[in-house]
Design a binder for this molecule. Structure first.
Ligand code: KIV
Ligand code: NA
Length: 267
């Protein structure tokens, strides 16, 4: 089987909701792949895997290394890799260089970048040169240093109009879809109706063409905080703690390793 292509994702507009999750490593990618249309190697890995406070410190090298890991585990889903902060905002040429490295060195299907009208020229530059681009509008975590904290957007008409224009610009520039993050439901619904490519929501209501969550959030593995839009579909954190505790107890009691785990000389 071949992986789902960006064109196939684009063609899912208005149909069965697109299922998407983040993946950062081979074993998790392998487990999620059969159930997902789209897997995102998100720069959220800076916070989730590396304990960073924001995504601003994530490097292109980190994204490539994790992109390679994910690609080794995926047979079915379309895989896109986030362009990290600082690897594309300077110019469309810089964006092309970074995106081409990601595509060449990981073999993934496309890249994602945050931004609205100001990134439209970059999106068309990349797509015209063979790089499928996914957009990301609404709440854009890479802008944390110029934002007034994390909050849902689109409550005021001025804020909503800005995000509407961003989504339109990115779609018209040739993106094959876009993440809509942290917007109130009416705005997510309007954007989804107004653009010709799929919207993948996170904290953006059921009105989008698909949904994405950070896998570690939905697995109950990353519990530093739990925003309203996160649902735990499992509670893995206590399982990991209990397993570590049981291991520690058995090592201290010398009940692990047992005879069945021990290599014996031949008689
Ligand atoms: O980095 C990430 O995980 C993301 C998704 C939450 C959309 O950008
Ligand atoms: Na991201």
């Amino acid at each position: 089987v071949k992986r789902i292509t960006p064109a196939q994702i684009e063609a899912m507009k208005g149909g069965r909701p697109i299922v998407s999750l983040t993946a950062y490593t081979t074993p998790i990618a392998r487990l999620l792949d059969p159930h997902c249309d789209l897997l995102l190697v998100g720069d959220s890995l800076g916070m989730v895997l590396y304990g960073m406070e924001t995504t601003v410190g994530v490097t292109l090298e980190m994204m490539i290394a994790h992109g390679q890991g994910v690609m080794r585990g995926v047979k079915h889903a379309c895989v896109i890799v986030d362009l990290p902060f600082g690897a594309y905002q300077e110019s469309k040429e810089q964006a092309f260089r970074s995106a081409a490295r990601i595509l060449k060195e990981t073999g993934c299907d496309g890249v994602k970048l945050e931004g609205g009208e100001e990134m439209a020229e970059t999106v068309s530059f990349l797509t015209a040169r063979g790089i499928p681009v996914f957009g990301h509008v609404g709440l854009m975590p890479q802008l944390i240093n110029t934002m007034d904290g994390y909050r849902s957007l689109g409550r005021s008409e001025k804020e909503a109009e800005k995000i509407r224009r961003d989504a339109r610009a990115i779609a018209e520039a040739g993106a094959f879809g876009m993440v809509v993050e942290g917007t109130v439901e009416p705005l997510a619904r309007e954007i989804t109706a107004a653009i010709s490519v799929p919207t993948i929501g996170i904290g953006a209501s059921p009105a989008c063409d698909g949904q994405i969550l950070v896998s570690d959030d939905m697995l109950g593995l990353f519990n530093d905080f739990k925003p309203r839009f996160v649902k735990h579909f499992a509670e893995l954190a206590p399982l990991v703690s209990k397993a570590a505790e049981a291991y520690a107890d058995e090592v201290k009691a010398r009940t692990f390793p047992g005879p069945e785990h021990t290599f014996k000389p031949k008689k």
